[in-house]
Design a binder for this molecule. Sequence first.
Ligand SMILES: *[C@@H]1O[C@H](CO)[C@@H](O)[C@H](O)[C@H]1NC(C)=O
Ligand SMILES: *[C@@H]1O[C@H](CO)[C@@H](O)[C@H](O)[C@H]1NC(C)=O
Ligand SMILES: *[C@@H]1O[C@H](CO)[C@@H](O)[C@H](O)[C@H]1NC(C)=O
Ligand SMILES: *[C@@H]1O[C@H](CO)[C@@H](O)[C@H](O)[C@H]1NC(C)=O
Length: 372
Amino acid sequence: MMIPVTCRIGLQVSFLLLLIGQTHGRVTAPARLKAPVDKPFTLTCTLSKDRGETLREVRWLDDKNQTLLSYQPGNRDSVSGQQHVELATSPKDSSAITIRRVGFRDEGCYTCIFELTPSGSKQGQTCLTVDAEVTSERNKTAVSGKKASLSCSFGLPEKVQQILWKLTPAQGESKEVASFAKRSDPMIEPAYQGRVWLSASLSDSQLTIQPVAIQDEGCYTCFYETHNEGTKSSVVCLSTYVLPKPQVSYKTTSPGVIEANCTSVSRPPAEIVWNVETDNRTIGPPVSVHLRQDDGTTLVISTLTVQSGLLKDVSVKCLVHHKGLETPIAVSMNTKIGTALTILISVTTVAALLVMSLCFCLWKCFLRKEDN
Ligand SMILES: *[C@@H]1O[C@H](CO)[C@@H](O)[C@H](O)[C@H]1NC(C)=O
Ligand SMILES: *[C@@H]1O[C@H](CO)[C@@H](O)[C@H](O)[C@H]1NC(C)=O
Ligand SMILES: *[C@@H]1O[C@H](CO)[C@@H](O)[C@H](O)[C@H]1NC(C)=O
Ligand SMILES: *[C@@H]1O[C@H](CO)[C@@H](O)[C@H](O)[C@H]1NC(C)=O
């Protein structure tokens, strides 16, 4: 029973040491910190002063022992230093500086030096690691045959050695699609060559697929392999749509009764409704059947039975709703449109005839004048 207890005490001690961080003399500062890229970051050192000591000056040095900032406490005008850092407010007997926007170059160890009279200088040190996460855009949808672009970004391209894109389909194994390594050209896996492109960038990586196929559907993971931070990744999923091209057919099944079919092949399956579903001249509600096709699309047939009299009064339409369409596609099955078309053709024909006879008249008049 003795050993575990000692262990626990040992652990607690090391945990405490970790909390306090490095102590040089009587200056405490966290030993290691992670700073997110492109954001401001504040470093703090705390001094424990003895009675009779006065703090004359504080200096902050960067990784190369260059002065970043120095000042005399209580004297705002004495602050001098580099552009990219500023003095932050801090409690008494401590000092804090803010790096306005952390970049890759800010990685390294920072030293704070407190000049005291009469005891001399005391210093502390904090080492900064610049950190970033991979971000990707929202899930995407693409229409089969068109183009799809997927992208990921990472704010520290200096740390990246290679970017790898993998596809995990809904069913089946993950497979590599493309990669791009520092000082080389983007590599596309043989199965995707001529159809997939990858940008030559270690920060903003864009995978373009054209034309998109149904098999391209799935979740794409972009892996950023870095020098020291391991591999970071993000996922973006792609759905492939096949848009419907609906058709209507109908036949008379018994005297005065018409059966109409509205058919649509799409991915995902379309939803079909009829504009006359509430009319009392329909015989029962429409009946839909879904038939999965081998290529991943679904054939939907909606069958509506109506009394033939309905077609004379109203334009019967099937409305096909699909996620890939902003507005549903309407397909008319009857004569209302037919009548409109007939009127249009008649009007055009009459107009054409009028114009022709006018021309003929003018020509006649003109010729007569010539003769005279
Ligand atoms: C900075 O100064 C410390 C002593 O104060 C020294 O140990 C260190 O090597 C110096 N670093 C550089 C990069 O000159
Ligand atoms: C993206 O799609 C996947 C699978 O289709 C889903 O699990 C995930 O929650 C989606 N993410 C977002 C942000 O919508
Ligand atoms: C409508 O579709 C069904 C199959 O669901 C078929 O049996 C019927 O013959 C079709 N009717 C017409 C008018 O095309
Ligand atoms: C349908 O309803 C209307 C009233 O909305 C009525 O006048 C008509 O007779 C009804 N037709 C049939 C076939 O029931």
